[in-house]
Design a protein around this ligand. Structure first.
Ligand SMILES: NC(=O)c1ccc[n+]([C@@H]2O[C@H](COP(=O)([O-])OP(=O)(O)OC[C@H]3O[C@@H](n4cnc5c(N)ncnc54)[C@H](OP(=O)(O)O)[C@@H]3O)[C@@H](O)[C@H]2O)c1
Length: 252
C-alpha cells in the first residue's frame, strides 16, 4: 500500500528507544523527515544517527518533557529544523510508583501533560496549513486495572484528550487519535528488566493474560501508527486503537 508520506515532517517524543524509536524508524522508512526527542543527548543522537545511516533525514533534540517550557521549545526546534510540522507523535510516557503527590504529578506530567503541551504548541502550525496528524500513545492501562492508579488514570485521560481534541480540530483538517499498546517487550525496556528479575511471573502472565501467547514488539505498534499518520486513514479520528493482542490484564 502506498502511504504517500514521503517528505512529511514529524516529531516523535521519547524516541531514543522502544516504541518511540520504532515509530521514528517506521516513519523514516516511508520517507518522513523525523525529529527525535528525549532527555539523554547521547542516546537520542545515537538513535537519530542510526536512522541517518539508513538514509533517513533526522534531527536529534534534547529536553525534559515534564517541564512545560521545554515541551514548547522542543516543538519549536523541530518545526524550525524541518521547516514545519505535519505529524506529532506524543509517545513520551511512563510512571512513578508510590501514592504521593510527587508520583501523581510526575506521572501526569510525563504522560498527559506532555501530550497536551506538545499538541498545543503544534496546533497553530497545523491549523495554518489546514492539515496535520497527532497521535497519543496511551495504553491498555487506560481502561483495564493493573499497575499504579496514577498511570491508569493518566493513560485514560490521554484517550479522552485525543477524542476531545479530534472534535476541536476536525474542521482544521487535523486528525487526532490515541494508540493503546499492550505490554511491549524490547531490550532495555521495563518488561525486559522484569523478565530478568522474575522469569516465572512473566511466563504465567503470558499464559493467563496474552491470548497470542507472547508480548508485542515496538514494530507492531509502529506499523499501526505509520498507517494512522497517512491519508489512507483519512476517516480515522477521535479513535482509540488498541494494539494489544487482546491482552486481558495490563500488568502482573
Ligand atoms: N512498553 C510497554 O509495554 C508499554 C505498554 C503500553 C503503553 N506504553 C506507552 O508507550 C510509550 C513508550 O513506552 P516505552 O516502554 O517505549 O518507553 P521507555 O522505554 O521508557 O522509553 C521512553 C522514551 O522517552 C524518553 N523519556 C523518558 N522520560 C522523558 C522525559 N521526562 N522527557 C523527555 N523524554 C523522556 C526516554 O529517553 P530518556 O530517558 O533519555 O529521556 C526514551 O526515549 C509510553 O507512553 C508508555 O506509557 C508502553
Amino acid at each position: 500500500m502506498e502511504l504517500g508520506l514521503t517528505g512529511k515532517r514529524a516529531l516523535v517524543t521519547g524516541a531514543s528507544r522502544g516504541i518511540g524509536y520504532a515509530i521514528a524508524a517506521g516513519l523514516a522508512a516511508e520517507g518522513v523527515r523525523v525529529a527525535l526527542a528525549a532527555r539523554t543527548t547521547a542516546d537520542v543522537e545515537a538513535a537519530a544517527r542510526r536512522l541517518r545511516d539508513g538514509g533517513a533525514e533526522t534531527v536529534a533534540l534534547t529536553g525534559d518533557l515534564t517541564v512545560a517550557a521545554e515541551v514548547g521549545r522542543v516543538v519549536r526546534e523541530a518545526a524550525e529544523a524541518l521547516g514545519g510540522l505535519d505529524i506529532l507523535i506524543n509517545n513520551v510516557g511512563g510512571g512513578m510508583g508510590g501514592n504521593t503527590d510527587e508520583a501523581w504529578q510526575h506521572t501526569f506530567d510525563v504522560n498527559l501533560n506532555a501530550a497536551v503541551r506538545a499538541s498545543r504548541a503544534a496546533m497553530p502550525l497545523m491549523r495554518e496549513q489546514k492539515s496535520g496528524v497527532i497521535l497519543i500513545i496511551s495504553s491498555v492501562s487506560g481502561w483495564q486495572v493493573g499497575g499504579s492508579p496514577q498511570y491508569n488514570a493518566a493513560k485514560a485521560a490521554e484517550i479522552m484528550y485525543a477524542r476531545s481534541l479530534a472534535k476541536e480540530l476536525g474542521t482544521d483538517g487535523i486528525r487526532v487519535n490515541a494508540v493503546s499498546p499492550g505490554s511491549i517487550m524490547f531490550e532495555g525496556g521495563s518488561w525486559a528488566r522484569r523478565k530478568e528479575r522474575d522469569p516465572e511471573g512473566i511466563a504465567t502472565f503470558i499464559a493467563n493474560d496474552m491470548p497470542l501467547g507472547r508480548f508485542g514488539t515496538p514494530e507492531e505498534i509502529a506499523n499501526v501508527c505509520v498507517f494512522l499518520c497517512s491519508d489512507r486513514a483519512s476517516l480515522v479520528t477521535g479513535a482509540n486503537i488498541a494494539v494489544d493482542g487482546c491482552q486481558l490484564k495490563p500488568s502482573i
